[in-house]
Design a binder for this molecule. Structure first.
Ligand code: B12
Ligand code: SF4
Length: 459
């Protein structure tokens, strides 16, 4: 069969993932899991548009909630041409019935246990509707992703760093934060790949730049230390995402530095203690945020700090307090987001049970990122909108960007560091400011917050 695997991309200029591009893991991994005898093409819309006129027998689409509309659109086009479509990934895993309105088959959960059978049954004209492995994948002995199939990826715009190659060392997360779907999709058990297998994969990658796609890198400190120690000779440079708790262990940070870590996306989530107590990954922290930033910067890591607004126990002071922390800790880049109730999360279920969701299928409505999708509790919709907009403007003002630059880590003093700092900040600012002009469909400025829901909810 001729199989095409597609990763959709949102075309809008304020799309959440715009400035950060890397070579993903999931589709090359699916390619590696495919039984021999089939011809595979990979399409990453973020790098190059799809050619729908190509002759194909089976299309596989990976779907995140934010990209469900785009994925369904692509699927509908192929199915109209008579091509069979399979969907997999986070969104079809939590909403398989919805996905089946646009696909012939859906993979619920991980693909490893079912993809080879699915391909064989599709080839025999016996595609089933739902494929679901009976157990979580044992990450030992996983094939290396077929990276040579990935479309060539080049950066455009402000950012000068070559596209990093995605690599996975673990799956699942035991923290079960209310707003996160990992527990219900990739499982609450933290599974690690054998270090030797990760090292062999790193050795096979030509590029000096890597991106660890793990959600909870370093959760198992012993394994992480072994991995980073063994990575040192390869002289790779890499980015990753992790929790603040990484900073609790100075030895781990040192090893990360020696292994080539350049920067981390750190989910601080909220500066307010009342909210921190509600977010599992922050609740039991043994280090305060300022000290964590000092340690990260002390090792020379650029930090992209991620904050979310709209938690129930938050009050209006959160914007000023966050700004204070961002500036005093010389945060390199900030990601400011409105809390999003993703389907499959405990948050979605709770807000739905409490009658606070403005729309139950918001992902099908084409709202821009950072639309307020539920009735907040700690402030009105309008206070949330204006506080959030004000913080964006403050944190990304020219003065603030220059001031944050002054908290120089040694890395920032390099030419590449300066260019990256400036590039990422300017492109993020441009995207965020553009986003701020989007209409907020559920705002009702003249009414108190309690009425915003009633007055604007779609019938
Ligand atoms: C890397 C990453 C990114 C990258 C790239 C996205 C990507 N998918 O590669 C970037 C930085 C761009 C990104 C951005 C965002 N991300 Co992100 N991201 C991740 C992360 C950390 C790793 C993805 C990954 O490579 N996983 C490893 C692979 C192997 O797992 P997988 O993709 O699930 O694939 C397996 C199965 O699902 C299945 N499968 C997947 N696709 C397909 C397709 C077919 C046909 C089949 C058969 C099977 C199949 O097979 C694979 C092997 O078992 C995940 C968390 C996680 N651990 O998964 C979050 C995650 C996917 N991101 C998430 C979010 C919320 C976002 C953002 C909205 C964040 C934000 N607020 O800005 C943006 C939006 C993206 C957009 N609009 O394009 C959420 C998704 C929530 C949801 N319901 O969709 C996750 C789960 C994080 C979380 N903890 O909540 N992200
Ligand atoms: S620590 Fe991260 S991956 Fe784990 S449940 Fe919380 S948000 Fe999700």
């Amino acid at each position: 069969m001729k199989i095409k695997l597609i990763a959709p991309h949102e075309e809008r200029k304020d799309a959440l993932s715009s400035p950060f591009k890397f070579q993903r893991v999931n589709l090359p991994l699916l390619a590696a899991l495919t039984p021999p005898g089939h011809n595979i093409t990979l399409v990453e819309e973020v790098f190059a548009p799809d050619d729908i006129n190509q002759d194909v027998d089976l299309v596989g689409i990976t779907v995140l909630t934010e990209l469900a509309l785009r994925a369904y659109h692509i699927a509908d086009i192929y199915r109209r041409k008579g091509v069979k479509v399979v969907m997999g990934g986070i969104h079809p895993t939590v909403l398989p019935e919805e996905a089946l309105k646009h696909a012939d088959a859906v993979v619920v959960g991980e693909a490893e246990g079912v993809w080879p059978r699915l391909v064989s049954e599709a080839a025999a004209g016996q595609l089933q509707k739902i494929y679901q492995a009976g157990k979580l994948t044992d990450l030992k002995g996983m094939p290396m992703p077929e990276r040579k199939l990935s479309p060539e990826a080049k950066y455009t715009g402000y950012n000068p760093i070559p596209v990093p190659i995605g690599i996975e060392t673990s799956r699942g997360c035991p923290n079960d934060c209310e707003f996160c779907c990992i527990g219900s999709t990739l499982g609450k058990q933290y599974r690690v790949r054998p270090v030797q297998e990760v090292i062999a994969e790193i050795e096979s990658i030509d590029s000096p730049h890597l991106f660890f796609v793990d959600d909870a890198l370093g959760l198992n400190r012993k394994v992480a230390k072994e991995l980073f120690t063994k990575m040192i000779p390869f002289k790779k440079r890499w980015l990753a995402q992790g929790t603040v708790s990484l900073a609790e262990d100075p030895e781990l940070l040192k090893l990360m530095n020696r292994a080539g870590c350049l920067g981390l996306l750190i989910g601080f989530e909220s500066i307010q203690k009342t909210t921190q107590d509600e977010v599992m990954k922050i609740r039991n922290l043994k280090i305060d945020f300022y000290e964590a930033m000092r340690r990260f910067h002390g090792e020379g890591f650029g930090i992209l700090g991620s904050f979310v607004f709209g938690f129930d126990f938050e009050n209006k002071n959160v914007f000023e307090q966050t700004y204070d922390f961002i500036m005093k800790s010389y945060m390199d880049v900030v990601q400011l987001r409105i809390l999003t109730p993703y389907p499959g999360t405990r948050l979605y279920k709770r807000l739905s049970d409490e009658g606070r969701l403005f729309e139950h299928d918001w992902w099908l409505q084409g709202h821009p990122p950072d639309t307020i999708l539920y009735q907040p509790k700690g402030m009105t919709v309008e206070e949330l909108i204006s506080g959030y907009a004000g913080l964006n403007r403050q944190a990304y003002s020219t003065g603030a960007i220059m001031k944050r630059f002054l908290g120089m880590t040694p890395w920032k003093r390099t030419l590449l560091g300066c260019m990256t700092y400036t590039g990422v900040n300017l492109s993020t600012r441009k995207r965020y400011f553009k986003g701020l002009s989007n209409p907020q469909p559920f705002a009702a400025p003249s009414k108190p917050s309690g009425n915003a829901l009633d007055s604007t909810r779609k019938q």
